[in-house]
Design a protein. Structure first.
Length: 292
């Protein structure tokens, strides 16, 4: 691919400077409107799907939100990339070689100075998750690692549909398991005051709708149910009990519950029923909400 105007994206006229290695580069951004994004269904993982358009073909808005330096592979969401904590930037600079070697094991032909493909999209989230490991709690790094891993899993599934022989479905599973770990940890940190989700910006998980804290609770339970360890029945039951309580917290009483998006309430009920069925219990999330 070359840096040509596709009508779908454009490169910013003004160059940005990487705060880690001082490389100058121009970010690729996606245009909106004029039929570029034809919204499809919302999945039970709260991902928005898009229908291909006759003019622009398949569209993947998720491959663009992470800013990546094409030289040192420092990566973060835009609001953090240019305003990161100086001590974090120092640690990220010292970690450059390891970060580049790790991502090149996944994709050997990355080019973040050219038009992004699904491969760069996945890699951008992998790099962001690695870099946020160095950020202080004021940036909600744990949640952003979870969000990055979840989006990377989604894009890996997109890659698998295009290239089934490359086994990107296995890589998606790896990212789902990482997302599960970080989402559960983020909820724990929020509960004990270690790290607040509220300073994390848009909690997504996708770009078109911010499902907020309820979305984080729901995905924490869903990811545990789908991707948590299953080899030890006792530990599995304990994890599902916890996931059940987490999801039950979404259901308030009366008006507080009814005012929440149906996508959250309906999906949360479905997952709650599946969890309680596996545990051999009755299903009533509203009743359990009081004790969650």
């Amino acid at each position: 691919m070359t840096r040509e105007d596709t009508g779908l994206t454009f490169f910013a006229k003004k160059a940005d400077t990487c705060p880690v290695c001082e490389t100058q580069f121009r970010r690729e951004e996606m245009r909106t409107g004029r039929g570029r994004m034809i919204a499809g269904n919302l999945t039970d993982e709260l991902r928005r799907t898009y229908e291909p358009s006759q003019k622009y073909g398949e569209v993947y808005p998720l491959i663009y939100p992470v800013v990546v330096c094409p030289q040192c592979y420092y990566a973060a969401y835009q609001r953090d990339f240019f305003e990161a904590d100086p001590s974090a930037l120092q640690r990220i600079e010292g970690d450059t070689d390891r970060r580049k070697e790790a991502v090149e094991k996944l994709f050997s032909d990355l080019d973040f100075s050219d038009l992004r493909r699904l491969e760069e999209g996945v890699a951008s989230y992998f790099l962001a998750s690695s870099c946020y490991d160095q950020f202080p709690v004021e940036y909600s790094p744990t949640f952003k690692q979870g969000l990055s891993c979840l989006r990377a899993a989604w894009l890996c599934n997109d890659l698998h549909r295009k290239q089934p022989e490359e086994h990107y479905d296995y890589l998606a599973l790896v990212f789902y398991r990482k997302a599960r770990f970080f989402y559960i940890l983020a909820v724990d940190h929020e509960q004990n005051g270690t790290e607040q989700l509220g300073v994390g910006g848009n909690l997504g998980p996708d770009l078109d709708k911010n499902f907020g804290y309820d979305g984080v609770l729901y995905l924490s339970g869903l990811l545990e149910y789908r991707y948590g360890p299953k080899s030890d029945p006792e530990r599995r039951a304990q994890a599902l009990e916890r996931a059940k309580r987490t999801i039950a917290r979404i259901f308030g009483l009366g008006k507080a519950s009814r005012s929440k998006p149906a996508a959250i309430l309906d999906n949360a009920r479905d997952v709650y029923r599946e969890i309680t069925a596996e545990l051999g219990q009755e299903s009533d999330p509203e009743q359990d909400a009081g004790g969650a």
